[in-house]
Design a protein around this ligand. Structure first.
Ligand code: ADP
Ligand code: MG
Length: 245
């Protein structure tokens, strides 16, 4: 009888990882009056678990459209988006809503917090929508706000906080349901350099500590220091892929 198998055998391939997201030949066109706008013209990308990816490119290059197709906020004209090995196109509306609510955390440039709710209530809303118990909602909200360093601010409303603090609340809200994927569209766009760096460092830490995957759109040159991979979009196509060493 052989001795106990070693945990990892040198030279053996790792068990195949299912990509979090796989995009194939993605095309999205919009009708604008009598004109067709080609927002995405054949995008291919694979996002492995635990990656922190940035989509770069000038305004109008297709970043938001690509993020929206991945997050299930928009439907492709042709091509496929697979999440965890399943085509999003196969999901019906309620399954798609569940994907968005339970597996994806969204962070936007403009924070998009509800102004009449406190930080705590804004964050707690997410597990509530996902049908968690009252106690779990509370625990998740407190934990998320603690993780982003806002424990002392939980009862404040958005207008009583700085832009950076509001974006931290938005990040806490995005992670409250322990999502598989975080999608962040220009998350530092309205922040000064120092505050932007704080948010990027926070994302880096969340990807590492929470074992999540993050796709961000940005044209901020700062981001390269924080991410694993830079994808360059131009006119609806990925024209360059750089893995950051
Ligand atoms: P980015 O986020 O890189 O600035 P977008 O994905 O927002 O780029 O836009 C890509 C292209 O698609 C642009 O030309 C934009 O004008 C067009 N576009 C995006 N959304 C719509 C829409 N809802 N209707 C018409 N055109 C759109
Ligand atoms: Mg955009």
């Amino acid at each position: 009888m052989p001795a106990a198998m070693p945990l990892a055998q040198a030279g053996q391939p790792r068990p195949t990882e299912i990509p979090i997201v796989e995009v194939k030949d993605l095309v999205r066109t919009y009708k604008l009056g009598s004109q067709q706008v080609m927002a995405l013209r054949g995008v291919n990308m694979t996002v492995r678990p635990g990656a922190f990816i940035v989509l770069k490119g000038r305004s109008g290059s297709g970043k938001t459209t690509l993020l929206n197709c991945i997050g299930g906020l928009d439907r492709p004209t042709s091509g496929t988006v697979q999440v965890l090995g399943r085509p999003l196109a196969n999901l019906n509306e309620s399954q798609l809503t569940r994907w968005r609510r339970e597996q994806v955390g969204f962070v936007f440039q403009s924070f998009a917090l509800l102004p009449t709710l406190s930080a705590f209530e804004n964050v707690e809303l997410m597990p509530r929508l996902a049908g968690k118990s009252r106690r779990e909602c509370r625990e998740r909200a407190l934990r998320s706000l603690n993780l982003v360093g806002l424990t002392k601010w939980i009862h404040h409303r958005p207008f009583e906080m700085s832009g950076g603090q509001q974006q931290r609340v938005a990040v806490a809200r995005a992670i409250a349901n322990s999502p598989t994927l975080i999608i962040a569209d220009e998350p530092t766009g309205e922040l000064d350099t120092t505050t932007g760096r704080e948010i990027l460092a926070l994302f880096r830490r969340i990807v590492y500590e929470e074992h999540t995957t993050l796709i961000m759109a940005s044209h901020d040159p700062l981001v390269d220091e924080y991410v694993d991979e830079v994808l360059q979009l131009r006119d609806g196509q990925i024209v360059d892929t750089q893995v950051v060493p």
